[in-house]
Design a protein around this ligand. Sequence first.
Ligand code: ZN
Length: 169
Amino acid sequence: MSHLLNGFAQPALQETVVPFGSLDAPAQELLIAAFAVRQRAYAPYSNFKVGAAFRATSTNIIFPGCNVENAAFSPTSCAERSALTRAVSDGYREFSSGAVVAYEPDVFTSPCGVCRQFIREFAGHTDMPLYIAQGLDERSADQPFTSDDPVFCTSIFNLLPNSFKTYCK
Ligand SMILES: [Zn+2]
């Protein structure tokens, strides 16, 4: 009966924390885009700004998005969903990687449960690497990270194992 577990997507990538400078250029570019869009976050209620960016598989185009809060709270959109909604609206549905930048002292900011499911929808059958870093407000968009800044390298199947997906097209 355990064969029914075989359809579950399993993590294909090991979670690690590495210095920003050791990442390849596309991953660095993604984090820099997430840092930049975080500055446009609309977060008057929480003051917790988040930026996200996803790279379309077919074209390598980066789609950034920030969190957009609302006075009624529940209509709030997280940065990850803002970015993916923007990309899908432009005609892109497959992504090779993603990045999230926010700032809390002493801890990385990992996507919320709703966003994990939202990202998973567009991951297909292949695990999608996700890069998570802290965005410091005192840094400029020209040089948002130093080579020593830590980056949490994870993936959507690590963040949402045994996830729900109907595989309908
Ligand atoms: Zn979220």
